[in-house]
Design a protein around this ligand. Structure first.
Ligand SMILES: [Zn+2]
Length: 43
């Protein structure tokens, strides 16, 4: 029995920022493992 990719990703745990631990939007997953606030802190 195959699981659709949509169903597979829906079972993944929420992604958290490596710095502050805040849960990030899935749309942000293509970036580094930090949230927008922490990424902007770097610069
Ligand atoms: Zn953060």
């Amino acid at each position: 029995m195959l699981m659709s990719s949509t169903e597979f990703f829906s079972h993944l745990p929420p992604k958290e920022c490596a710095k502050c631990g805040e849960v990030m939007d899935e749309m942000h997953e293509c970036y580094a493992n930090k949230c927008v606030d922490c990424e902007s802190d770097i610069q």
